[in-house]
Design a protein around this ligand. Structure first.
Ligand code: COA
Length: 170
């Protein structure tokens, strides 16, 4: 079942995000960096909810929140037709197509709302499931950012991807 992320408590979302962030180094940001406390998470969810064109969904399996997708519009006046995507599925549920299902539902909603025209995302070049997921959903690779991420002493490349959600013209 898919629900609006905004309908969940900050504590429930913190638990969901924590399961995903703590099991994967695929996210460039650390969760404690992003949300130093529950209040900051709560405020961010409120801010996101007020942004025209934002789409944020949680997928539940047997009543348990098991994944999320956030498509966050940029706030600068000249970039408001663009958005950034971030998503994750809890480790026990990965590989069961929840990611594909959520992503398609979120993109359908973005297209229906007709605010966002372009969705961007960054993915690490070693994150095969995520790259397959995004390619299958119609994202194209724009650039490889060599040594974009540094984990300890080890560098990883980032891939910038983009999808036109509806007719952007030059
Ligand atoms: C990336 C992620 C969201 C994918 O969600 P998911 O529900 O596991 O993915 P799906 O089951 O829908 O599968 C998506 C594609 O990945 C492939 N895939 C799934 N698990 C895989 C694995 N372990 N290795 C390689 N490919 C895999 C699937 O075969 C599918 O491709 P296909 O349609 O061509 O067969 C999820 O694995 C995740 O949350 N990972 C940790 C956090 C993360 O990396 N987030 C993205 C940051 S950019």
């Amino acid at each position: 079942m898919l629900n609006d992320l905004h309908s969940y408590s900050a504590v429930a979302l913190d638990d969901l995000f924590r399961q995903i962030y703590s099991s994967s180094d695929g996210m460039s940001e650390l969760l404690d960096e992003k949300y130093p406390d529950i209040r900051s998470l709560e405020e961010d969810v409120e801010r996101l909810h007020r942004l025209p064109g934002a789409v944020a969904l949680v997928i539940e399996v047997d009543g348990a929140p098991s994944g999320y997708v956030i498509i966050r519009p940029r706030t600068q006046a000249r970039l408001r037709h663009t958005a950034e995507l971030n998503m994750g599925v809890v480790p026990a549920m990965q590989g069961r197509r929840l990611g594909s299902l959520m992503l398609q539902a979120a993109l359908d909603r973005v297209a229906a709302e007709r605010v966002i025209e372009i969705v961007y995302l960054m993915v690490r070049s070693d994150n095969d499931p995520a790259i397959r997921l995004y390619r299958n959903a119609g994202f194209e690779q724009l650039a490889v950012l060599d040594r974009d991420t540094k984990i300890g002493d080890s560098y990883r490349d980032g891939i910038l991807m983009r999808k036109f959600v509806r007719g952007a013209t030059r």
